[in-house]
Design a protein around this ligand. Structure first.
Ligand SMILES: [Zn+2]
Length: 444
């Protein structure tokens, strides 16, 4: 299949092309050009897509979420963190059947795709059985989106798994799913938090992941209390401890990184690790402000630490809109650094695209790469007239402006409509299913 998108504004890695075209052939980007496409190209294309008044950018990477939490929205209001976890989230999670997970994840993926994400990293917290995990991958396979499933685990504390069970299930997932569906599905090692994981299992799971060329993805330094726990137990701060265990590398994702010391920032930069910033969750859970501007501007590398962007789970956000995540990331750094030049739009967009793609070894908007694209409808009252395209993307665009979403060259959303899916039927089914889950779990 060849698809030609023409007359769109293109947001490329190094510049904005006011009017240009992108040709997709066999799932890959075959050509990118300025102005009108040559006649021969138009003649060769099986399908034409008109990009007038639309802005094309690389597909966004939601680098951290928990999709099963789509059935857990709204419970955090008016509760303390511990009350919320104990009396809602943990009860709901442990009562989930594979059918509950499948539906919650499908709805979560639809929301994430409508929010501009072509790649989603799901830190999967309910691997209660093989089916509980497989249904997540099956849902992503069916919808056509790109998914990295980071299989969460803890070998200490409540509901701990044995190291051998963790390693066996990880190995099974790597063997059965890593690279499946034309490379759209990937597996990552997903230790939950440092204080619930033993050093030995952290080391062994990371070694296993590296044998498959897979990443390790872990909540790090989210709250001050958590940093203190690791410090007391190991004599090191969490990132220092992980560095000592040999876990840091370009394949390591430190999710949150709110409370980081100068030495930890230097370690992250030295090892080329990624910090996944989740501004909405950091604000809702009152965790603090991650030093994102410092990570990017002052790290040891040429451009400091690679910072990607995530929504975090619907229980602690409560949405999956990547445009909202971009806007919040920009606002939060500006108001805390008191630097009005902090977080220019180009950089914020890079966090949601190139930095995320780097972290998950995903495609970019380059000739030869898999075609993961988003086309935004700019013909809207809350966007026009446009002073600066990049600023409009960060400050004006909402998920509902996603007109077309393409993964591996296949349109999944077109004209703001999910293709091959009865969205209303799905929503109705999820509404009933979430209600019965809450009843079964004894959560009001
Ligand atoms: Zn999380």
């Amino acid at each position: 299949m060849t698809l030609l998108i023409r007359d769109a504004t293109l947001v490329l890695a190094d510049r904005v092309v006011p009017v240009g075209y992108v040709l997709i052939a066999d799932g890959r980007i075959a050509a990118i050009g300025e102005g009108a496409p040559p006649d021969a190209l138009i003649a060769s294309a099986k399908r034409l897509l008109d990009g007038t008044n639309k802005v094309l950018l690389p597909g966004l990477v939601n680098a951290h979420t928990h999709l099963e939490q789509t059935f857990m929205r709204g419970y955090s209001a008016n509760r303390t963190l511990l009350d919320w976890l104990k009396n809602c989230i943990w009860k709901l999670q442990s009562a989930m059947t594979p059918e509950d997970v499948a539906l919650a994840v499908t709805l979560g993926l639809v929301e994430a795709m409508r929010g501009g994400a072509t790649t989603i990293v799901d830190h999967h917290k309910v691997p209660l059985s093989r089916r509980h995990t497989d249904v997540v991958l099956e849902a992503a396979d069916r919808l056509g989106v790109r998914l990295v499933l980071a299989r969460a685990w803890a070998d200490r504390g409540a509901n701990a798994e044995s190291p051998s069970a963790i390693l066996d299930d990880l190995k099974r997932l790597f063997d059965e799913w890593h690279g499946a569906a034309d490379g759209r599905l990937r597996i990552a090692n997903g230790p939950l938090v440092p204080w619930r994981c033993s050093g030995e299992t952290l080391r062994r799971t990371t070694e296993l992941a590296r044998r498959y060329g897979a990443a390790t993805h872990c909540h790090m330094n989210e709250t001050q209390a958590e940093v203190a726990m690791t410090l007391e137990e190991t004599g090191m701060r969490p990132i220092e401890w992980f560095a000592a265990l040999g876990l840091l590398g370009a394949d390591f994702h430190a999710v949150h990184g709110v409370w980081l010391s100068d030495r930890e920032i230097a370690l992250l930069a030295q090892h080329g690790a990624t910090v996944v910033h989740c501004p909405a969750a950091n604000m809702i859970l009152a965790s603090g402000v991650a030093p994102i501007w410092r990570l990017i501007a002052e790290g040891n590398g040429a451009r400091g630490v690679n910072v990607a962007l995530g929504s975090d789970g619907p229980a602690s956000n409560d949405g999956q809109d990547m445009f909202e995540a971009m806007r919040l990331a920009a606002y939060l750094q500006r108001v805390t650094t008191l630097d009005e030049r902090a977080m220019p739009p180009r950089l914020v967009i890079e966090m949601a695209t190139a930095a995320g793609a780097r972290a998950v070894s995903g495609p970019a908007l380059r000739v030869g790469d898999a075609a993961d694209l988003v086309l935004l409808d700019f013909d809207a009252a809350h966007i026009q007239p446009v002073g600066d395209v990049l600023a409009s993307i960060v400050y004006n665009v909402r998920g509902s402006d996603v007109d077309t979403l393409i993964v591996n060259g296949r349109p999944l959303i077109e004209g703001k409509r999910m293709l091959d899916l009865d969205e209303h039927a799905l929503i109705a089914e999820c509404r009933d299913r979430a209600r019965s889950l809450a009843r079964r779990a004894g959560v009001e």
